[in-house]
Design a protein around this ligand. Structure first.
Ligand code: SF4
Length: 782
């Protein structure tokens, strides 16, 4: 017998839907850190009697609605149910609508408790715990069970129609997904293998690392099976996360393609944009007294939400409805006079596919992760171009502060903040004085400095709560940095370095310095994120060696791995190792001429478009100059520092089917990956570097720590990250099965077996004979 359909909703989510009204107001935030919140709850509950119950799981039903949650605490003797909220600043400044939301939550819990324990009345209390003073402010109300039941039914009634529509959407979505057909007549070579691995991973509820070459249609090959899996495995949502805008656009295109073949499929797709891009009033603050789009936001939200859903619904004329991309969402938001950024956060709750940057799920306070936890969603996460995850995640869990910024800030802050900032300054001076060298890494965080920083950030937080208007951007930026420092300090460990870098040659008494909590192994932060998904599939053309990514990202032990067979064959790409040249720093000057000769010879043999990659702008410029001197007739295009999007596009537009010339670029820069120049648009590449990160004090510290943790210091710090860039850059040449091309790997170290092991298995690597070109071999490394 089939069970009647049921819609489960968390108490908080229910109340946020039904009981939030008025302005969007972020003045009372940022709230305490998660750790402070947990500690604050602990302090409050420790003050209660022994028989005080905590974290009481409660649930109740209203028609098809199943409402569930955990009440913070219940004092049996006093028959008092408590909802504990930690805060900073002045409680009187808390917006009324936030207080109303808290009362709504505790009333729902009150009803569920009365029902659970057969009570006919209960005292409800909101316990506000000030993190700074450790004092409690308790507001309470007495309620009868009958009154609370009426309130519960009223709130559920307000949500019921929406829930019924959501259930109908979900049932129709899953039915259509089961019937959905692959959008092409057949899979491309390798695409089926990838799709099957994705589906199997979801079926087994494990994570997946998929190394899949370019050109097999990875985006469709991952989204399609995950959509199928959603219907079969009861998955609520898919998050497609990409490192770059181009990756997000490919996902939107893939969804369009899939939907063209299934126009009746009710699939809601949302693209998330960064706040800085989505904000319409960047000169304003996010509250009703400043920004008109925050004023009355929650009053106009229901209509905006309805419009956004309506636009994604299948239309009567059978054409596939659009995704809620950033432009469409912005237009709807402005039509309803609400903030586009916060409307997009709301729509993430009601969308089936959410497309955004990695940080929406993986960073320290990621919105999609918080929503997943709050709503207990079952999510499948797709991580595109996942070789970027190590460097991106390191940044998410690192923070730095510059002494000169503090010095400037001390001059402009109001009097009440001078003292706490002076204390930070004093401690900072001491750290600089104690450090004899320009750079030093420390095993422990400096207690006194961290204490002063904590006091200063509390003072700033109190000041901001007391003066809710305009906040000086420098003060705000210092404050956010200080908070981030405090949060990272809570979890400081082997996975991070604390270091101080003093400005070169600065006088000790007035030197600038940068303090950094530098995450180097993001695994401890990411592992719980993977574990809270149904499946996370990370895919890229360069995800080897597996152990490096597994260790660095903290992939769960059950993670599946697949190395998708390449659709390309060795005959398509001539890979030549120019081992007669060394590109080591000490040999760079001597390497310029042989590199230019080699490139000139290749160009003369086969004219067309080439890219040449170097380790730095300086090396690139010198090589380009040398090349132009020897081969003045060959067109040369150079990457320049800080190219904007339009300039990058212009650079790539030169690579046409009919053009001929060589583009000089920096390895690991804008043109080393994510560039698609099929056919004659690119017939070859020269890679004149192993891409090894610079040897400097920071990297040497990382190497030492990698050696201690993984026993592979050099490889984890230098070789693997470098070779990923090399393979990515070389991967620009062959994009389709009809492409043919040549890659020169210029350095003797490319001839080493352990380096060649890191190259794609379908490459046939040959040693280039210098005599075949110019007989120059003076730089060969012994
Ligand atoms: S438009 Fe900008 S300032 Fe206004 S609420 Fe949105 S993000 Fe905040």
């Amino acid at each position: 017998m089939t069970q009647p359909a049921r819609y489960t909703v968390a108490v908080r989510a229910l109340c946020e839907f039904t009981a939030k009204a008025g302005d969007l107001d972020l003045r009372f935030t940022p709230s305490p850190t998660a750790q402070e919140g947990i500690a604050g709850h602990g302090v409050v509950t420790a003050r209660r009697d022994d028989d005080y119950q905590t974290e009481i799981a409660l649930s109740g039903d209203f028609g098809p609605l199943h409402v569930r949650g955990r009440a913070d605490g219940y004092d049996i003797r006093a028959n008092r149910l408590e909802e504990i909220k930690t805060y900073r600043g002045d409680l009187k400044k808390m917006p009324d609508n936030q207080r109303a939301l808290h009362w709504a939550q505790v009333k729902i819990y009150g009803h569920l408790l009365c029902q659970d324990q057969g009570l006919d009345k209960v005292r409800l209390a909101l316990v506000y715990f000030d993190i700074g003073s450790q004092k409690e402010t308790v507001l309470h109300e007495d309620h009868s069970a009958a009154g609370l039941q009426a309130y519960f039914e009223q709130q559920c009634g307000l949500f019921l129609q929406w829930a019924e529509q959501e259930m109908a959407h979900r049932a129709e979505r899953d039915q259509q997904l089961k019937a959905m057909r692959f959008p092409y007549a057949d899979f491309r070579p390798g695409q089926r293998q990838l799709a099957e691995a994705m589906y199997r991973a979801s079926n087994r509820k494990v994570c997946l690392l998929a190394q899949a070459p370019t050109g097999i249609g990875k985006t469709v090959g991952s989204l399609f099976p995950m959509l199928k899996a959603s219907a079969e495995h009861g998955v609520d949502k898919i998050f497609f996360l990409a490192a770059k805008t181009s990756g997000r656009q490919m996902a939107l295109d893939a969804v369009d393609l899939i939907r063209e073949g299934a126009p009746l499929l009710p699939l809601r797709t949302l693209e998330l944009a960064a706040k800085s891009t989505a904000c319409v009033n960047p000169d304003k603050a996010c509250h009703g007294d400043s920004c008109p789009l925050a004023k009355g936001f929650y009053d106009r939200l229901p209509a905006a939400r309805e419009s956004a859903l309506a636009i994604m619904a299948p239309s009567a004329n059978g054409s596939a409805p659009p995704a809620l991309d950033r432009d469409t969402l912005r237009a709807i938001a402005l039509a309803h006079n609400v903030c586009p950024y916060y409307l997009s956060s709301e729509m993430a709750r009601w969308s089936d596919i959410v497309i955004g940057d990695y940080n929406y799920y993986f960073d320290i306070s990621a919105m999609l992760h918080s929503l997943t936890q709050l709503n207990d969603w079952k999510v499948n996460v797709l991580v595109d171009e996942a070789h970027n995850m190590v460097s991106r995640a390191r940044k998410m869990y690192s923070a730095d502060m510059e002494h000169d910024s503090l010095r400037l800030l001390r001059k402009i802050v109001p009097d009440e903040l001078k003292k706490p900032l002076d204390r930070v300054h004093k401690q900072w001076n001491q750290l600089e004085k104690d450090q004899a060298t320009e750079y030093q890494s420390y095993a422990e965080l400096p207690d006194k400095f961290m204490g002063a920083l904590q006091t200063a950030s509390t003072a700033i937080s109190d000041y901001m709560a007391d003066h809710p208007g305009y906040v000086e951007p420098d003060l705000q930026s210092f404050y956010f940095n200080a908070l981030m420092f405090a949060r990272l300090a809570e979890s400081f460990g082997d996975h991070a370095l604390f270091d101080i870098e003093k400005a070169a040659g600065a006088r000790a008494s007035n030197s600038n310095s940068v303090l950094c909590i530098r995450n180097i192994v993001p695994a401890p932060y990411l592992k719980p994120r993977f574990e809270s998904t149904h499946t996370t599939a990370l895919f890229s053309a360069t995800l080897s060696p597996w152990n490096y990514f597994g260790d660095m990202l903290g992939m769960p032990e059950t993670t599946a791995w697949v190395d998708v067979e390449s659709p390309f064959v060795a005959e398509q790409l001539s890979v030549q190792v120019a081992a007669h040249i060394s590109t080591r720093y000490a040999h760079r000057q001597q390497s310029l001429r042989p590199i230019a000769e080699l490139m000139g010879k290749q160009y003369a043999q086969q004219r067309g478009n080439y890219l040449a990659f170097f380790s730095s702008f300086d090396y690139m410029e010198k090589a380009a100059n040398q090349f132009s001197e020897l081969h003045p007739d060959v067109p040369v295009w150079r990457q320049s520092r800080r190219m904007d999007e339009a300039e990058r596009a212009q650079f790539l537009e030169r690579f046409t089917l009919d053009s001929e010339g060589i583009g000089f670029a920096v390895l690991g820069g804008s043109f080393g990956e994510g560039v698609d120049l099929p056919g004659a648009r690119l017939i070859g590449a020269f890679v004149a570097t192993l891409g090894l990160p610079q040897i400097n004090p920071v990297n040497e510290q990382i190497r030492a720590r990698m050696e201690t943790i993984f026993g592979a210091g050099y490889d984890y710090t230098y070789t693997y990250p470098g070779m990923q860039k090399v393979v990515q850059a070389a991967g620009r040449v062959i994009r389709t099965q009809s492409d043919r091309g040549t890659v020169y790997l210029i350095d003797d170290r490319f001839g080493r077996p352990e380096i060649q092991e890191l190259m794609p298995s379908w490459w046939r690597v040959e040693r280039h004979s210098p005599l075949a070109i110019n007989g120059s071999s003076e730089n060969a490394d012994a």
